[in-house]
Design a protein around this ligand. Structure first.
Ligand code: IMP
Ligand code: MG
Length: 171
């Protein structure tokens, strides 16, 4: 099982350290609270958090928007909520990819209602040509074409998350 390399491990690492610097620059002296969207963003979070200076806490949330297929159902459901409140905190959502934007739109909406002091979003990947709803993504790792990608946390039917690079599925 393999997929053609689109973004290799070296490019991922260097871009993620730039993102960590950008996030810290936006909130230079503040405690930052990462909310990682499971499962796809778990490796992005793990690498990003190790590049962050200063005070950082983290939590996890899980939603479903796909039913194991390569197309979006357009329906988003909360599967696991965060463990601690967000009121008064500087929150950064950590997401693997923004595709139609439906998942992120839903997440930003429910998290904003918890009264964070600020709410930002960092996505490793963005496919702007697929957008169905306008969402603000403050930090984007890589903008990619409309192609289904796997690896580095992202799956196809729960497989390929273990690839150390972002790959494109063969035919
Ligand atoms: P959206 O709601 O359409 O923006 O989709 C967001 C979610 O769909 C992401 O969090 C991913 O889990 C999944 N997704 C979208 N595109 C891809 C892809 O190319 N590969 C793997 N998962 C994807
Ligand atoms: Mg996801």
């Amino acid at each position: 099982m393999s997929a053609a390399v689109l973004i290799d491990a070296h490019r991922l690492a260097s871009r993620i350290s730039e993102l960590a610097r950008d996030i810290r620059s936006a909130l230079p002296d503040d405690d930052i609270h990462f909310v990682c969207v499971l499962k796809g963003a778990f490796l992005f979070l793990a690498d990003l958090v190790r590049e962050m200076d200063g005070r950082v806490t983290l939590d996890f949330i899980a939603v479903t928007s796909y039913s194991g297929a390569a197309t979006s159902s357009g329906e988003v459901r909360l599967v696991k909520d965060v463990d601690t409140g967000l009121e008064g905190r500087h929150v950064v959502i950590i997401e693997d990819i923004v595709d139609t934007g439906l998942t992120l739109h839903y997440l930003q909406d429910i998290l904003r209602r918890r009264g964070p002091r600020s709410l930002r979003t960092a996505c490793l990947l963005s496919k702007p040509s697929r957008r169905k709803v306008d969402v603000v993504v403050d930090f984007i790792g890589f903008t990619i074409e409309d192609q289904f990608v796997v690896g580095y946390g992202l799956d196809y039917a729960e497989q390929y998350r273990n690839l150390p690079y972002i790959g494109v599925m063969g035919p």
